[in-house]
Design a protein around this ligand. Structure first.
Ligand SMILES: [Zn+2]
Length: 290
């Protein structure tokens, strides 16, 4: 785990400058963690975890087929499909694939899973060219590339994706990527309704914020997302990286008759407050290095 955290720290600190090693070498341990299998399980209501130990993928089931959100790395597409089957669902019943953002650790499996299912692929409008080109803007490291795939539908803030009795709302939360989209839905937890937010992300990661920014208006985009998040109070926080919401710790607490450990009002706001602080530090650092 220590090595993994070191790898993640490198990923967060990586600025794309002169380097002797490729990003892939630097991320060796992180890649092992990202591709490590884990048992799929029911998170809450009709939402299931079907990702790897290190990268999330979510299945939202309905009576009319299913919705898959994010697809981890190219080499883990089969793992995700296997997880869907392990839970007793059919891969061919996946009708929609939604993406949070166009980075290779969440888009890698899109092309294969779309091919295998014939599902409709949906993303934020400004991420479409990245997904269709299979690249990270302004970064030519091989590691950041992924199999390109056609986006069938783009969404804007407030757009809805409906299937059977389920409606998922797109929230535009740009910054981490230009079309970063956080997906919201309500699920049943026993007799209670719980609001769930699958947050896109707002870490700085490989992004250049100032000189030759990764995308135009990136600083304003992050600010918009931080401002938006202050008025959003989901009962359940989910995210593309399981450690962002302590998935393993909560999963260990799932027990018959106990309250669902994934219901944690306030967790999202505390998380984003920290991300905003981290962003300010990164912005100051990048500005000083200008
Ligand atoms: Zn990302």
């Amino acid at each position: 785990m220590k090595a993994v955290l070191a790898g993640l720290a490198i990923l967060l600190a990586f600025t794309g400058g002169a380097r002797a090693q490729t990003l892939k070498d630097l991320l060796k341990d992180t890649l092992i963690f990202w591709n490590k299998p884990t048992e799929p399980f029911k998170i809450i209501g009709n939402i299931y975890y079907v990702g790897t130990a290190g990268l999330a993928s979510y299945l939202v089931t309905t009576s009319q087929g299913h919705i898959l959100i994010d697809t981890a790395m190219p080499e883990t597409a089969l793992q995700i499909e296997g997880n869907v089957q392990k839970l007793g669902f059919r891969v061919s019943d996946i009708k929609y694939i939604l993406n949070t953002h166009a980075h290779m650790d969440h888009t890698g499996g899109l092309a294969q899973i779309k091919r295998d299912t014939g599902a409709t692929l949906i993303s934020g409008e400004k991420d479409r060219p990245l997904i269709e080109g299979g690249y990270y803007p302004g970064n030519d490291d091989e590691m950041t590339k992924f199999p390109p795939v056609k986006v069938d539908r783009v969404v804007h803030d407030g757009d809805k994706v409906s299937l059977g009795e389920v409606t998922i709302t797109a929230n535009s939360t740009p910054g981490h990527s230009p079309g970063c989209t956080s997906w919201g839905l309500t699920v049943k937890d026993g007799t209670a309704d719980r609001s769930v937010l699958i947050f896109c992300s707002a870490t700085v990661a490989l992004n250049r914020l100032v000189k030759n920014p990764t995308h135009e208006g990136i600083v304003g985009d992050y600010r918009k997302t931080f401002a938006w998040s202050k008025n959003v109070h989901p009962d359940v926080l989910l995210a593309p990286h399981p450690e962002m919401y302590d998935m393993p710790g909560k999963r260990a607490k799932i027990a018959d008759g106990a309250a669902n450990p994934f219901v944690r009002p306030g967790e999202f706001n505390a998380f984003v407050d920290q991300l905003e602080k981290d962003f300010d530090v990164a912005l100051a650092k990048q500005t000083a290095a200008k």
